[in-house]
Design a protein around this ligand. Sequence first.
Ligand SMILES: [Zn+2]
Length: 246
Amino acid sequence: MRTMTLKTSGKPARGFTLIELLVVIAIIAVLAGLILPVLAESRRRANIVKCQTQLSQFHKGIVIWNDTHDRFSERYPDRLGTMMYDREIPDARAFLCPLDPTLGHEGGKPKSCASQYPETDEGPSINSLPSDHPYSSYLYEFNGAKCSWWSGGTTVSGVNVDRNGDGSVSWQEAKFYQQKYGDSFLYGTGYDGEYPRTWFPVVRCFWHAKNPDLTSETEIMNVAMDGNFFPSGPKWELEALKNIPK
Ligand SMILES: [Zn+2]
């Protein structure tokens, strides 16, 4: 009787040794450690570019809104979200910065500075806004909400700040005044004179800060009245003063 032996090809199959496997894993880990931070940083930069595009859209939207509504007195929409209803910015997603992990649910500022001017926050049911109002990651400086920090009264040095004559001063009205006459009335030793429209922010994004306490002076992205971008700290006035020609 013949026995059959199963014959495999020449050499027996040889796997990786444990050491070889560990070396390969170690190399992959080192490479991943090198590449992942680079990927994360390039993604962060791409998101910043996207946010800038949106800020630029807001600037253009405001120009168009003003042109169709009140071009002679230069009025801005009372809320950023108004531009969704009026179709200048029809897509609610444009109101969200990709770096805002809350998708606009904390309003225009991260929690660490949520106590800063909550009257500017936008979103459904925030500040009695309607339920179809878009959530927003952005601080809108020309907001129509009544201004909590304004202490000048409705007339400052004979100038009427209350442009719509409703007896109170909104952010928008206070900002028009600040742009035209400076802010020494606010800070005592502030800037006296007209701020160039290049360095006067209209919409600001607070979500780019690596440090949530916003201690760095250049982490907030601003788009100015003339469409210029500039980074600043929470107090954009300091950045503006550095750039205004003496
Ligand atoms: Zn942003």
